[in-house]
Design a protein around this ligand. Structure first.
Ligand code: NAP
Ligand code: MG
Length: 479
């Protein structure tokens, strides 16, 4: 069955809704301030390589100032009635909704992901997290975490570049609802939506110092997690940096949660509805250019349907549109940074060297910017790097299995354990599989679904602690 090819007229979203400033300071004590330690860096648009703005780099003295602002704000914020804190958190959610278009365009510019995704996923989900945790602020004693749980104090939060605003929301919303004050460090390549969020916090009249935002590179993050005033660290990023942070915090008494990498199996049984599974595989690994910690990067398909499924998948990938991420028809945007593109290229090259068959979707790559075409490797064996290492790009490795036992064994044959997907008509098989898969989230006949009410987090090298739901409060409360 051939898919019809439609020609799409360009449908670019206007960027006029965003007012970029030439330069941004640090957000400390409710104001934008110049860094004491000097430096700054540029943030670029991955799709065009254009310089978007100059952003302040926080040095150790700036981090210290931010932590002290959070310490000063901590007592009064914790003493507020939960119902009063809820109003602020609710107001932040409403303002994110009001300014959704501006945030969606800004996120496209700074990250390179398509507007369809920022508009329909990143920004609505960020608002949903604030709404959800606003509801908990006056009900903490019913969260099952003790009769009178207390906030921890100042929390240091470090986030990555793949879902910049959404990761900020995952960190800030539960921390604020629980009565903590925060110092947040966005990723170096995507600081702008967090800085627009700082304006929203001003608009919401959040008391000064309750949230502070320090931009900078890895050493800013390292200074933050090491600061003695920080009582709890929440980190989302690579497993390597997560391990380093865990080593540094050992013996300090600080609390820690880690959301790290993944190498998820998306498992398709022979009785699965094939065209639905194809859509789920596409969503699993090509959503957000595959720059997703819980991406379904290993397709495990039952042998009798392997050829038919891979053929259908390739046909579908031929219809994806790669290019201008501000165009509302675009499916695949730009890769976030040259360093990430290099990593994807290296790992894809290793796949060929180690004997897997490489296939690329037929699409022209723009001359400017950082791009990688949707890629599928077949003939993959579990020992190859593309079957073991997180690529964090639009690259799918296909493996096969014969029995459910073999599927479980192959799916769990990884150092990670963040997510998994199961495609089958049989409800009993879904439950049988879910009980055996060592992954924090198991999706059945769907993939990459997120909801603020549902806990998310890993096993093994994917980290520990849960974000979202009632479980997400636990990291921010003392029993
Ligand atoms: P990364 O290098 O670990 O960076 C994550 C954040 O940590 C960034 O803000 C980074 O600053 C900062 N950082 C770097 N070195 C640090 C240090 N020594 N101490 C404290 N902070 C430090 O990760 P990435 O490559 O940007 O992000 C991709 C990774 O994140 C992938 O492995 C992915 O699986 C993981 N991820 C996991 C989840 C999850 O929920 N489990 C979600 C999204 C991403 P710079 O930006 O300046 O480097
Ligand atoms: Mg950028």
């Amino acid at each position: 069955m051939a898919h019809p090819r439609f020609a799409y007229a360009p449908a670019p979203e206007s960027r006029a809704v965003v007012r970029l400033r030439p330069s941004y300071g640090l957000f400390i004590g409710g104001e934008f301030v110049d860094p004491l330690d000097g430096g700054g860096f540029k943030t670029l648009s991955p799709a065009t390589e254009e310089v978007l703005a100059e952003v302040a780099a926080a040095g150790p003295r700036d981090v210290d100032r931010a932590v002290r602002a959070a310490e000063e704000a901590a007592g009064p914020w914790a003493a507020l009635a939960g119902s009063e804190r809820a109003k602020y958190v609710f107001r932040i959610a409403r303002l994110i909704q009001e300014r959704a278009r501006e945030l969606a365009v800004l996120e496209v510019l700074d990250n390179g992901k398509p507007i369809r995704e920022t508009r329909d996923v990143d920004i609505p989900l960020a608002a949903a997290h604030f709404f959800y945790y606003a509801g908990w602020a006056d009900k903490l004693e019913y969260a099952g975490l003790g009769p009178a749980p207390r906030p921890i104090g100042v929390v240091g939060q470090v986030i990555p570049w793949n879902f910049p605003l959404l990761m900020a929301a995952w960190k800030l919303a539960p921390a604020l609802a629980a009565g903590n004050t925060c110092v947040l460090k966005p990723a170096e390549t995507t600081p702008l939506s967090a800085l627009l969020l700082a304006e929203i916090l001003q608009q919401a009249e959040l008391p000064p110092g309750v949230v502070n935002i320090v931009t900078g590179a890895g050493d800013t993050g390292a200074a933050l997690v090491a600061h003695p005033g920080v009582r709890k660290v929440a980190f989302t990023g690579s497993t390597a940096v997560g391990k380093e942070i865990q080593r540094r915090l050992a013996g300090t008494g600080k609390r820690l949660t880690l959301e790290l990498g993944g190498k998820a199996a998306n498992i398709v049984f022979e009785d699965a509805p094939l065209s639905q599974a194809v859509e789920g595989i596409v969503n699993g690994i090509f959503f957000n250019q595959g720059e997703v910690c819980c991406a379904g990067s290993r397709l495990l398909v039952q042998e009798p349907i392997a050829d038919a499924l891979v053929d259908a998948l390739k046909r579908r990938l031929g219809t994806l549109r790669l290019g201008d991420p501000l165009d509302k028809n675009t499916d695949i945007g730009a890769i976030n940074s040259p360093a990430q593109l290099e990593k994807i290229r290296d790992l894809a090259a290793s796949g060929e060297q180690e004997g897997a068959q490489r296939w690329e979707a037929p699409c022209a790559l723009p001359a400017q910017g950082w791009w990688f075409p949707p890629t599928v490797f077949t003939g993959v064996s579990p020992v190859q790097r593309i079957a073991r290492e997180e690529i964090f790009g639009p690259v799918l490795s296909v493996l096969t299995f014969r029995t459910p036992e073999e599927a479980v064994q192959k799916a769990n044959n990884t150092t990670y354990g963040l997510s998994a997907g199961v495609w089958t008509e049989k409800g009993s098989r879904i439950l049988w599989m879910a009980n055996r898969l060592r992954a924090g989230v198991v999706w059945a006949n769907t993939f990459n679904r997120f909801d603020p009410t549902s806990p998310f987090g890993g096993y093994r090298e994917s980290g520990f602690g849960r974000e979202g739901g009632r479980h997400g409060l636990e990291a921010y409360l003392e029993p």
